[in-house]
Design a protein around this ligand. Structure first.
Ligand code: CP3
Length: 354
């Protein structure tokens, strides 16, 4: 398949890691585990490093990016690192005036509402993000056999921030454009697909071993609208990074009705939130793809016994899968006890050791 080792090349220790094997649907020594948002505010060492430095400023400092990316790997012994950044970083890199407001999220100074706004979206080149190449160089040297996951926001989720101007519960402006001016919407998503593809390529060429496309808010869409107005842009992103032999993960929240389409867009691994059990998710996704997920992140507040019971349920539902990467159904919540995460990694590893 497209994610097999290049012919005639000796597979590296990273290539043979449990995480990449599970993505390729090969037998694993134990179920690999990582957590979305494993780097960040749940860790005191993160808060310390970030003192007095803005979130987006920290993303442009290779030394900080490498340190923050490594913190959860050292502490929890997770099976993969995820590059410390944010989905809006490539947009800022091409000159969009935006910021991340603590407790709010990404906020765009001038929201995108008209065709004239398309001119604000130019392609991203490696020169726009030298800190990414540098940070990944530092990271691959430190990580040894532990794979690094690169990531980007998917065109729909990025468009939702650009058009709304900030986080939204209803996406009324973005969806109004999608329904009311489908040509402008299609052009906007196509521009975002090119930017996203460019950003993922920089990460892969610098040494990322897998990539995840976060379409966090795609669950706001009916399947017919996702198919008509979103799928081709995300498919363009996956197609652009197909030739590298790195697994491509596709994740969104509340996407139970979209799981088949998330796979169809071109992913090797489909991320599942906690609302659909993994055995049912596998039926919806169909054969030939691994699944990632899907413990409810709030279970981590319920004590060790509850965590283990619910993690066991996830593993039982995953028993018949072709490939399973254990994760939460969405990101780690900031007030999570880090020790609960460390214990969960240990639990999944011991329960699944072959
Ligand atoms: O997963 C990781 O550990 C890697 C780092 C990462 C961040 N953001 C760091 C971050 C990743 C993968 C993201 C992706 C991201 N960012 C998504 C997709 C994943 C998801 O959660 O669905 C989205 C939608 C965003 C946009 C965003 N950035 C939001 C909604 C917020 C929260 C705002 C808040 O303060 O509540 C952010 C900020 C953000 N991104 C933080 C971190 C560590 C917190 C900022 C801080 O430390 O002050």
């Amino acid at each position: 398949s497209a994610i097999d080792a290049p012919a005639g090349q000796q597979p590296t220790a990273t290539y043979e890691s449990a995480f990449l094997k599970a993505c390729r649907r090969e037998p694993v020594p134990h179920t690999p585990v990582w957590f979305m948002r494993q780097a960040g505010r749940s860790l005191p060492e993160y808060l310390k490093v970030r003192e007095g430095i803005g979130m987006l400023d920290s993303c442009e400092r290779p030394d900080l990016v490498a340190e923050i990316t490594l913190q959860p790997v050292r502490r929890h012994r997770v099976d993969a690192a995820i590059y410390y950044s944010d989905i809006v970083v490539p947009l800022r890199a091409i000159g969009i005036d935006l910021d991340i407001k603590p407790g709010v999220g990404p906020v765009v100074d001038q929201p995108f509402r008209t065709r004239a706004d398309l001119a604000r979206l130019r392609d991203l080149t490696p020169d726009d993000v030298p800190y990414v190449t540098e940070a990944i160089g530092l990271l691959t040297a430190e990580l040894g056999a532990t794979p690094l996951i690169g990531f980007a926001g998917a065109p729909f989720t990025l468009a939702s921030y650009l058009v709304e101007g900030g986080p939204s519960r209803t996406y009324e402006n973005a969806k109004a454009m999608m329904y009311g001016d489908p040509e402008l919407w299609a052009d906007l998503l196509d521009r975002l697909a090119d930017i996203t593809a460019g950003f993922l390529k920089v990460q892969i060429e610098a040494g990322a071993s897998a990539v995840q496309l976060f379409d966090s808010w795609a669950g706001a869409l009916a399947p017919a609208d996702y198919r008509r107005s979103v799928l081709s842009a995300s498919a363009k992103v996956f197609k652009a990074v197909e030739g590298y032999g790195v697994p491509r993960i596709h994740f969104g929240v509340g996407t139970g009705e979209l799981l088949g389409l998330l796979g169809e867009a071109g992913a090797d691994v489909v991320g599942v939130d906690w609302r659909v059990p993994l055995d049912e998710a596998a039926r919806r996704v169909g054969p030939g793809k691994a699944l990632q997920g899907n413990l409810d992140p709030t279970v981590l507040f319920a004590g060790t016994r509850a965590v283990e019971t619910k993690a066991r349920e996830v593993l039982d539902a995953a028993a018949g899968l072709e490939g399973h990467v254990f994760n939460l159904g969405h990101g780690v919540m900031p007030s999570t006890d880090p020790d609960a995460l460390t214990r969960l990694v240990e639990y999944v590893h011991t329960q699944t050791a072959n």
